[in-house]
Ligand binder design. Structure first.
Ligand code: HEC
Ligand code: HEC
Length: 308
């Protein structure tokens, strides 16, 4: 009697374990994971809020493509829940956080449909999202990683626009400011004088000419990151790192950065009028060819494409 009960306990244990295994089992987006009605709702949202940057056919214009090999390589083997999260927390680019979870899921369903993954009967919901993954992309889809292997540069984390906003933008503006304000004559700001502001607080720690030294070093020494193989522009096109003119623009930026560093070390306020011009040219010469064609806002789809 006792023995039987024990046995049953063991069987029950197995059954429970089996159910857990089943729950944890992932399924692929290829397995008809969304409904056609859900994709239609997503399509309406897409046309209104996304097509302007990702293209009517999701081919990518200002933003990267949301169909095709590069897109699938980005999301290789990753959970669909993370994809919906990416949409909800960061898109539309200029109004993040404005979409509900349900809207973001509908958009994901439409993007899957546009990518030729089949529709099914059931709608995607939170529980289903958690165990649904993108297919594992074949190695051929990731040439970027391969070309990075031979160099000492780590593979890129951000796209080119993100790198520009992270390094070129703040540091060049610190230097441009020296056209009008002598860093040696600024009063040292008091920490925590106002609401938290990084620039204000940072200047109370490493301020005055030190901040100009640092900006010049940042621009000079990180310029080679503009040559990292495998980096993409925000429209999904590869940064043209192998083109001779691109390399020359990067070298010009390094030169302008070194000039700024020398003048900053000499605390030579007057030199910065000329240095600001040179630095501005180093940025603008490359932007004219690779960023701003088609207007000051840039031409989206033709960014990072060499002149014909
Ligand atoms: C103003 C332009 C703009 C709009 C509008 C916009 N996006 Fe984006 N999107 C971008 C840019 C730029 C990126 C690349 C930077 C990033 O990943 O954050 C991006 C990236 C993405 C990615 C990641 C792609 C990848 O391969 O990792 C997804 C998914 C996406 N957008 C979906 C959407 C959806 C859905 C909408 C509409 C609700 C939308 N976007 C609206 C500009 C835009
Ligand atoms: C070697 C070429 C090159 C140089 C040098 C360069 N940039 Fe850029 N920059 C670009 C390209 C191309 C883009 C567009 C990136 C994208 O769309 O992903 C860009 C984008 C930007 C952006 C993002 C704004 C936007 O419209 O997306 C800023 C800000 C920026 N650059 C500032 C600077 C500053 C300041 C300098 C000089 C200190 C500089 N860049 C030097 C090529 C360059």
């Amino acid at each position: 009697m006792l023995r039987l009960t024990l046995m049953r306990g063991v069987f029950l244990g197995y059954a429970l374990f089996g159910a857990l295994l089943l729950m944890a089992q992932n399924r692929s987006v290829t397995e008809s994971v969304y409904s056609a009605a859900q994709a239609s709702r997503g399509q309406v949202l897409y046309k209104a809020q996304c097509a302007g940057c990702h293209g009517n056919a999701l081919e990518g214009t200002n933003g990267p493509p949301l169909v095709g090999g590069d897109f699938l390589a980005n999301w290789s083997a990753k959970p669909l829940a993370g994809f919906v999260d990416k949409i909800q927390k960061t898109m539309p680019f200029t109004l993040p956080g404005s979409l509900s979870g349900a809207q973001s899921t509908d958009l994901a369903a439409y993007i899957l449909q546009a990518g030729k993954f089949p529709a099914g009967q059931a709608e995607l919901n939170d529980a289903a999202l958690a165990r649904t993954v993108f297919p594992t992309a074949r190695a051929a889809a990731a040439p970027a990683a391969a070309s990075t292997a031979g160099t000492s540069l780590p593979p890129p984390e951000g796209n080119l626009a993100e790198l520009m906003r992270a390094i070129a933008f703040p540091n060049s503006n610190l230097i441009f400011n020296v056209q009008i304000k002598d860093p040696g004559k600024q009063p040292k700001p008091k920490p925590a004088a106002g609401p938290f502001d990084y620039a204000e607080w940072g200047a109370s720690v490493y301020g005055g000419w030190l901040s100009i030294d640092q900006a010049a070093i940042a621009l000079t020494e990180t310029a080679p990151l503009l040559l990292t193989p495998g980096r993409k522009c925000q429209n999904g096109r590869p940064v043209p790192v192998d083109r001779p003119d691109w390399k020359r623009y990067v070298a010009d930026l390094v030169e302008a950065g070194k000039l700024a560093h020398r003048a900053s070390q000499a605390r030579d306020f007057k030199a910065f009028e000329d240095i600001s011009d040179k630095l501005n040219d180093a940025c603008a010469n490359c932007h004219k060819v690779y960023r701003d064609r088609g207007g000051t806002e840039g031409s989206g789809g033709t960014r990072c494409v060499p002149l014909p």
